[in-house]
Design a protein around this ligand. Structure first.
Ligand SMILES: C[S@@+](CC[C@H](N)C(=O)[O-])C[C@H]1O[C@@H](n2cnc3c(N)ncnc32)[C@H](O)[C@@H]1O
Length: 319
């Protein structure tokens, strides 16, 4: 594992969205307002754990964000949403911790797919899960900038793997390190970038990371957990181009061949039930829609997505 805090960019093709490769601040999901997303909990963590002087906290965050933004223009980066681990707000968090700490779970392992700077992994560690249980998978080694944000390069150790959730090959590093090894597979703010077909591919790939039972299917009690932005009402497709500040043509997303799905509770449930059926797995699927406030964000920051949009959570338990 590399310990330098610089990130080497690479061509990630269509595995991540075209709009994230725009090199501009002229996007509706770009703000300079850090304080509006900086919770007391995160500020205290940066002052005590990372030992950043109180008056340096905001400039420090801004400096790290500038590097993150120069790599990929994700809404969670532009809006500083990465300061708020979504896992902390997920209603499955107690189930995740209970499963990882259960005496029945030997050598517990948790994988975060699209782990970014490792904020959810740190949250889980601070909630009592040992670092040796924590795995990160991402297209780019953003975790290097997590070390820079929290100044914990010598303290925090997860197992970090560069990989693509759409890569189905059996000889990738992700396959070697993670396939069949995980008790909980978590993914937040990733699946909403996919069209219908890639959504199914990604969900099946997440399933492959789970430990297997004697029947070769997902091990009983294993969990697939995550969240995406989603609709309170009906599902549809997202016109990303419309979201550029310049109106039509303001987002490269218009060049995307297929538009990402904006799921509803029903369509996301159908997706997971369909994937489980194809794999022949017995599962219990729970999906819930939550508001931005419930996920620690002022709804005004996300208003550009539409008033019926919030966070869709899922928990898929293997029976
Ligand atoms: C919007 S960020 C979300 C980060 C974090 N999970 C969160 O909830 O704040 C999306 C992350 O997923 C990663 N990602 C995007 N497409 C991916 C893919 N095909 N395979 C693996 N990771 C991917 C990105 O590099 C980025 O770190």
């Amino acid at each position: 594992m590399s310990t330098s805090t610089s990130v080497q960019d690479r061509d990630t093709g269509s595995s991540d969205p075209a709009y994230t490769k725009l090199k501009t601040n002229d996007l509706v999901w770009y703000t300079e307002d850090v304080e509006g997303q900086l919770s007391d909990e995160t500020r205290t963590r940066l002052e005590t754990y990372s030992k950043i002087p109180p008056d340096q906290v905001v400039p420090h965050i801004q400096a790290v964000r500038a590097t993150l933004w120069s790599l990929r223009a994700y809404p969670c980066t532009g809006l500083y949403v990465f300061l708020t681990p979504w896992l902390a707000h997920h209603s499955s968090l107690p189930h995740i911790i209970a499963h990882l700490q259960s005496p029945q779970t030997q050598d517990p392992k948790f994988l975060d797919v699209g782990a970014y700077i490792g904020h959810d992994l740190r949250y889980l560690h601070w909630a009592g899960i040992p670092q040796r249980s924590l795995y990160a998978l991402d297209l780019l080694p953003f975790w290097e900038l997590g070390y820079r944000l929290w100044k914990d390069e010598d303290v925090f150790r997860s197992t970090n793997v560069i990989g693509d959730v759409l890569d189905e090959s059996a000889d990738s590093e992700a396959a070697r390190v993670c396939d069949g090894g995980m008790d909980v597979v978590y993914s937040s703010a990733v699946l909403h970038q996919f069209d219908v077909e890639n959504g199914v591919r990604a969900c099946k790939r997440l399933c492959r990371f789970l430990k297997t039972g004697d029947d070769g299917k997902g091990k009983r009690g294993s969990l697939l957990v995550g969240c995406i932005t989603g609709s309170k009402g009906v599902e549809g497709l997202v016109d990303v181009g419309r979201l550029g500040k310049g109106g039509a043509g303001g987002g490269d997303g218009e060049q995307d061949v297929k538009k990402p799905v904006r799921h509803s509770v029903e369509s996301l449930k159908r997706l997971w039930e369909g994937v489980a059926e194809e794999l022949g797995w017995d599962v219990e699927v729970r999906v819930a829609w939550r508001t931005w406030e419930e996920y620690g964000t002022d709804p005004q920051r996300c208003a550009f997505m539409g008033s019926d949009v919030g966070v869709l959570e899922w928990e898929v338990r293997v029976l």
